[in-house]
Ligand binder design. Sequence first.
Ligand code: NAP
Length: 485
Amino acid sequence: MDITPIINKLNTGLFINGQWRDAEGGKTIDVINPATGDVITTVADGSAADAEAAIKAAGDAQADWAVTAPRDRAEILRRAFELLIERSDDIAAVMTAEMGKPFAESKGEVAYGAEFFRWFSEEAVRISGDYTLSTDGKNRLMISREPVGPCVLITPWNFPLAMGTRKIGPAIAAGCTMVFKPAKLTPLTSLMLVDVLKEAGLPDGVLNVVTSESARRVVTPWMESGIARKVTFTGSTEVGVNLLKQAADNVMKSSMELGGNAPFVVCEDADIDKAVEGAVLAKMRNGGEACTAANRLFVHSSIADEFSQKLAERIGSMKVGNGLHDGTEVGPLVDQESLDKVAALVDDAVSGGATVLTGGGKIDGPGFFFDPTVITNVPAGSEIRTTEIFGPVAPIVTFDTDEEAIALANETEYGLAGYLFSENINRALSLAEKLEVGMIGLNTGLVSNPAAPFGGVKMSGLGREGGRVGIDEYLELKYVATPRS
Ligand code: NAP
């Protein structure tokens, strides 16, 4: 697939107060195709001054935007949803070129990401309040929900569209303005999203986007501005913790979607074929580069051999290649650093005694490819059991009792997603109650859905995105008390 005609039409500058512009000094950064190592194009390398202009624009636009009719905000989101679907082939092709995932998965992400706009277009007109009496009956209390104010949005590279729409959708619905910094590895998808929103009628200044070589250079002025009232971040726990510290200085409302280390538990009464398919989905979606990816597979010892062999056959037969080529099922990792990290984790496990059933190493370049891998007998103490792998590697560990399975599953500082496979519903629900995570796939390998409250516990984050509660992250309560007499 030749994406040159699409790339040639892209706006690649900064988007501030409704206008595309160059970065200060005309600086740019390269965007690389991880399947080839080639430069796709360049985007603006925003400076601190550019960041300040962006947050000023968001601050200036807030008051007018907050009082727009909910129906008008809903219609913008609805129109943007439709445009995303209309343009899904082009957006998916660019996403694959800059991030690596197979084209079919990129199309799936456009559909998933667009759904957040449809969902929040429906939520925008249902921001309700409450009316009650004080306990002594002397006062009326009228409670409303109002936009929190300008928001700082920061997203990662692994889902370049959906991580943006999951934040922009509720912010628009609630009446908040935004400054947005997409990941420097995958800025193009976000810039296409800006075009869609502008065309859908989003007023100037409501969304301002700054790409940059240095995240800190752009985000710190936003966090210190005193204009931004909220930060919403998806990315690594390390960066999230730093942002929370910065947010404290201005007491900013904070939503954090951070790292994961998902357990995938297969009981002896599971339907093994169903569990294998669930594991393929939970492990191999996005090439394993997902916060919800099954990171540690805990399988009952009585079925471990059959499950492991079947999983190795499925994963070992997946076609690895450039995501823009027909038939590709697994693309490259996003960059050389990620490839080296995954290889080091597998090497460490194998040197500790783990057995490789399929895969096990890098594939010669160009591009950053790792062979889809299944390893068993992964010893306690291996780094792969505590680190988020972010690659196509499934490490299998056996257990004998439910207590052991839960102890192994909860033996992590993270608590985002978890997966359980058992045909005994009472047992499965009892295990689900004990898993320390925010989301559980019970006999399914997929938990993400716009109608569900996405998020984690422990070091995996604060707050939820999507579902009925998603909009609350962008609203504050206010009440008016007035005497009844
Ligand atoms: P990352 O390194 O934390 O980067 C995420 C974003 O933060 C990028 O835009 C990055 O900019 C920016 N950033 C980096 N340093 C910063 C700083 N000092 N101040 C402010 N912003 C900063 O994470 P990643 O490698 O892109 O993404 C992978 C991580 O995201 C994984 O841990 C994964 O689990 C997590 N994730 C979580 C969810 C969830 O919903 N819980 C979803 C997807 C991913 P640059 O691009 O310029 O570095």
